[in-house]
Design a protein around this ligand. Sequence first.
Ligand SMILES: [Zn+2]
Ligand SMILES: [Zn+2]
Length: 757
Amino acid sequence: MKLRKNIIIKGIVQGVGFRPFIHKLVSIYQLHGWVLNSDLGVEIDIEGKDTDLNKFIIDIPKKLPPLAKIEEMRIKDLPPAGYIGFSIKKSISKKENNFVLVSPDISICQDCLEELFNPKNRRFRYPFINCTNCGPRFTIIKDIPYDREKTTMDEFKMCPICQKEYENIEDRRYHAQPNACEICGPVVSFYKNKKKLQIKDPVKEAINRLKQGEIGAIKGLGGYHLACDATNDQAVSRLRRLKNREAKPFAIMSPDIEKIKQFCLIEPEEEELLTDRARPIVLLKKKKNYQVISTQVAPNNNYLGVMLPYTPLHYLLLEDHFLALIMTSGNFSEEPIISDNQEAFEKLDKVVDFFLAYNRNIYNRCDDSVIKFINNEPMFFRRSRGYVPYPVTLDFKIKEVMALGGELKNTISFSKENYVFPSQYFGDLKSLETLNFLKESIKKLEKIFRVNPKIIACDLHPDYLSTQYAEEIAQANNLELKKIQHHHAHIASCMAENNIHETVIGIAYDGTGYGDDDNIWGGEFLVCNFKKYTRMGHLQYYPLPGGDKAITEPWRMTYSYLYSIFGQKAKTLNIDFIKRRDYNKLLVIEKMIDKKINSPLTSSCGRLFDAISSLIGIEDEISYEGQAAMELESICLPKINNSYGFDIIEKEKGYIIEPKKMIIEVINDLEKGISKGLIATKFHNTVAQFTLKLCIKIKEKTKINKVAISGGVFQNKYLTEKVISLLESREFVVFSHKKVPPNDGGISLGQAVIAGS
Ligand SMILES: [Zn+2]
Ligand SMILES: [Zn+2]
């Protein structure tokens, strides 16, 4: 019997070789009809014998091309139309607000890599080789459906040979939108002092200069990298100086796994992630003899951020020439990554000796993603290139919301149907540049996702640029504005990615978040769902003398604890911390606290880590966010279970964790000459212990045993693993982050789900 079916497939089905795949499948079963890309996804209209047609439908999800992902398949019966043959029809736009999922950028595939290094191939050493299964996607897409004229490849007209590949269904470049070759495609150029030099082999020139210790700006997929030889101390120190980056670790790119093994330990699951086509930076444990890499790359840190090459240009650059190159985002301290050639020449010229640029434009800037394995699961520290714009899929529908996130490590999110789309990483929303990056991205992403949200979500903090901008657009466009408490958003983001709907115990440990009592929160126990939260407990409030200044100068927080606990006697404590201090500065802090001058109260867990770090002499002042805590973690010792004392006090408004006893015991240990490593470990164990104890108390009251943990402090591997194992040993079910970062990069997801539920 002859049947006809209309099939609409949603998911990542464009730019991944889906239509040729359907074409091939059709020819196996002798079916007739057509296929096309629309803004719904892929639409197939097909008729043939019922048995063949049914087999065809069963085969689709089974035999998918490697990059395709099906979210939904809608099948409708229609009366036969008498089709003859099979055709791929021109892409169409159905309705204004339909949308398709856009593929993230994908590293060069094995087939293209072989061609790249095959002297007989016509694309031998061509830096922009790609195919249907690999190459740039999100970073070049201007609009959907994904067709060449809607990408930044629209400026390049395919030569007859490329055109033929593009049109030949048997070819692996069939409908590969960025298809190009040396004759017709983008080219690499070498620039020095903002001038293009006529050099026959720009890549070779760059390699030679990097070998001599020069610093280069190299255009990647999502923006510029600053590069130098990671084994060259002088070059790395010079880069630090010029980029004005004192100590924050640099990421490196190494040609292959074997080379990485020379300086880092790699677990099998880490190797799998390194070689994944998303090619994230993976934080790997340094080997004892890691000194083959300059110690300046990641000082005072046990981990190194490492990635493999992901574009053909990277492969040509690294080949056998380097053990590793520093490949750090081309920007200045937390400003957005630079992607435009002119802007790069203007801004980065001071920092670099040369530019290796090319003439394909980057439309959507995108930093490298960063992942660390915690509790044997990959945890995002930054979710960007290779993952964006793939959505977090919810098992329920929510309203369309635009959520503007927080301040640090900011992202925004759009929700639509049962998806939330977290944006790429913008950086810290403290400068006009970052705000402009955010504004420009809102316009671009609204178009790609086909959203037109009537609800805007933002943080409660009145001073965040994201809050102010949300107020501005809400008022200008008469939209509903929902302000979401920071830690509620943290917990909701963890719940959303784990698809938890019921009320949980949420633990949010981070640096700073505006509380609904106007204090600065950051050590919070919320019993919450997507609708509401109750603050069941928190770390004791202590003054934060100097406000933001106390964040970059942890010693201020240390002294705040000491002065609050010991009063006037704090100044006479017989410990190095006091001896290192300027007496007058301590008096100033005391005065600030006494008179409540610029000393807001905080329950921040991040600040507690800072305070201990400075107290035991790790870092009194820091040059990047989280430095004091990170270095404190890095000296922890394995197999130590000792901890310090603490109190949990029950007050009318909830429980208070009082760390006073712990601080006194740390001082006793310091006086006894106990090692910093042991003190740091006991401190971490204490935090895990009070976390468990308060959870038990809340469970007794509420009968809730599901715990969601979030906040930047949970990037601490030692603490997170300890907390999870303690909670699980007492029959709690613990949910942590796997899809978005626990830090403020995950805030916008939580805001979107709360505002849209
Ligand atoms: Zn390929
Ligand atoms: Zn060509």
